[in-house]
Design a protein around this ligand. Structure first.
Ligand SMILES: Cc1ncc(C[n+]2csc(CCOP(=O)(O)OP(=O)(O)O)c2C)c(N)n1
Length: 513
């Protein structure tokens, strides 16, 4: 058995079930092995950042690592933007990167690059396999690293001769240490702060944004008056009717500062201190006001849900606290696109238990608060600010959850980075409803430019205006095997969306703005 087959069998034995790939010559041994072995679904992405974005979406929804198979340094480099998003979401992921044979590499053939160096920039764990007899063990360790809380990126570089050499056969899967618990003294300190009566906020991320975490946070908020807030971009959040309506930190610094104004304590629950997306002249980096103390209840790798539940019990919060409705009532609006009206409309027609992937940039800003009362759903976003996450993330989420409708809210500029994912949706017959917000501009960047006091000129128009020619999303989607329709009003959107929900398989709605 080759090293490649030993590795593939090890990954399957360790619970890895899907391989998202864009292979080349140095990965052929893996493809041969995958042909011989059962138990791994093989999904092609026609660009590496589609492959890595798919694996991220899959990992977030399946809560286990996917394998990616990538080609040498340049192939890996193409996948980095969505690996960056995955790293910041703590998505467990195992990347297998084929590379030049060990004895061939010193001759510096064309695809030779610093693969390990590239891998290190976005991976928590990196190794280059040196021997065919050891590559299976390396694979078991890669899965173990990926599964280590809160979820890590593990990248294993496999030279071609290690892949084709005589392997050891599969290695046994390795266990992962359980999640660390919060120390009792930390818990008591935070309880004291929250009961002091001084204005406080729980800043939630990671597992704290899942249903059990939010329910416990809600108990604490009810008992102490502490505010609840999530990050600007959530990795995965349980939302909708009957769930705790927690808003996100606004992207715009002045709005974020207002949300934090007057606070004396910010308690981090699996979150980093609240920082602005970018620095702006004369504005602070941290959103908490001066004089506000920042405390950590749990670090991202610790058990946030258990900590919140203990904290709620420690302060004597009632076990069951009714959830008050917040935000507008779902209703189908009419007329041209407006972010809030779109959100209310979506809330009225979203299928139960949907997964919403949000890469909608400015078109999505008001959609989040306007969907608090939608049917229960999960919301996932690019957590690293690298746009072009929506289509692939939705694709991977649909592979993970074939029984749930995936709705992808995709800004047009961002969508152009990874539109090849539509082809994967068609190839795999995935149940994804893509909504493209076709405003034909990088609207956010016009906003950022105007915020400096400048007025757009010829260069800004060349860089930020996406017309001349206009993108034809219906044509682009159809060209990749995805049925598509263009709409221009909210009422036609609602009709089209409803009809699309009645069928399975990918469908794209271009909302012309
Ligand atoms: C990988 C990556 N490249 C570039 C950017 C910079 N950037 C941020 S937003 C944006 C344009 C977004 O335009 P669009 O997706 O059309 O959304 P809109 O602003 O129109 O709502 C760009 C280019 C980025 N964040 N990530």
């Amino acid at each position: 058995m080759t090293g490649a087959e030993s590795l593939i069998r090890t990954l399957i034995a360790s619970g890895v079930q899907v391989c998202f790939a864009n292979p080349g010559t140095t990965e052929v041994q893996f493809v041969v092995a995958l042909d011989r072995v059962e138990g791994m679904r093989c999904v092609l992405g026609m660009a590496e950042t589609v492959v890595t974005g798919c694996a991220d979406g899959y990992a977030r929804m399946a809560e286990k690592p996917a394998m990616t198979l990538l080609h040498c340094g340049p192939g890996f480099a193409n996948g980095i933007a969505n690996l960056h998003n995955a790293r910041r979401a703590h998505s467990p992921m195992v990347n297998i990167v084929g590379d030049q044979a060990t004895y061939h590499r010193p001759f510096d053939p064309p695809l030779t690059a610093d693969t390990e160096g590239l891998a290190r920039s976005v991976s928590h764990w990196v190794r280059t396999s040196g021997f065919a007899q050891e590559v299976a063990i390396d694979g078991a360790e890669a899965v173990q690293a990926a599964r280590t809380p809160p979820g890590q990126i593990a990248t294993l570089v496999v030279p071609a001769d290690v892949a084709w050499g005589e392997g050891s056969g599969p290695a046994v899967s390795l266990t992962v240490a359980p999640q660390a618990q919060v120390a009792p003294e930390v818990l008591r300190t935070v309880a004291r702060i929250l009961c002091s009566g001084e204005p406080a906020m729980l800043f939630l991320n990671g597992q704290a944004l899942r249903e059990a975490g939010l329910v416990a946070a809600h108990r604490i908020s009810h008992a102490t008056g502490a505010k609840l807030l999530g990050p600007t971009h959530v990795p995965r959040m349980a939302r909708g009717r009957g769930r705790v309506p927690v808003d996100r930190m606004p992207f715009v610094v002045d709005m974020a500062l207002q949300v934090f104004a007057g606070l004396k304590h910010v308690i981090l629950v699996g979150a980093k201190p609240p920082v602005g997306f970018f620095a702006y002249p004369g504005k602070p980096s941290l959103m908490a006001p001066e004089g506000c103390a920042i405390h950590s209840l749990v670090r991202p790798e610790q058990d946030a849900v258990a900590a919140l539940q203990w904290l709620a019990d420690e302060i004597g919060a009632p076990r069951i606290v009714p959830i008050k409705e917040e935000g507008p009532k779902p209703r189908i609006a009419s007329g041209p696109f407006d972010s809030e009206a779109f959100g209310m409309t979506l809330a009225a027609i979203l299928p139960e238990n949907a997964i919403v992937c949000d890469d909608a940039v400015t078109s999505g800003r008001a959609v989040f608060p306007a969907t608090f009362n939608a049917p229960p759903h999960d919301w996932i976003q690019s957590t690293g600010g690298a746009i072009g996450h929506g289509f692939p993330c939705a694709t991977g989420a649909a592979v993970a959850c074939s029984d749930r409708k995936v709705v992808c809210l995709q800004a047009d500029g961002a969508g152009m980075y990874t539109l090849q994912a539509l082809w994967t949706q068609a190839r795999e017959k995935l149940d994804v409803l893509d909504v493209v917000f076709a405003n034909r501009v990088y609207k956010i960047l016009y906003g950022e430019l105007r915020a400096t006091g400048a007025t757009p000129g010829c260069a800004s128009d060349n860089f930020f205006d996406l017309s001349r020619p206009d993108l034809d999303w219906v044509g682009l989607a159809r060209g990749m095997g995805v049925e598509a329709v263009r709409v221009e009003t909210l009422e036609t959107f609602a009709d089209t969306f409803r009809a699309a929900c009645g069928r399975r398989g990918p469908f794209l709605i271009e909302f012309r703005i």
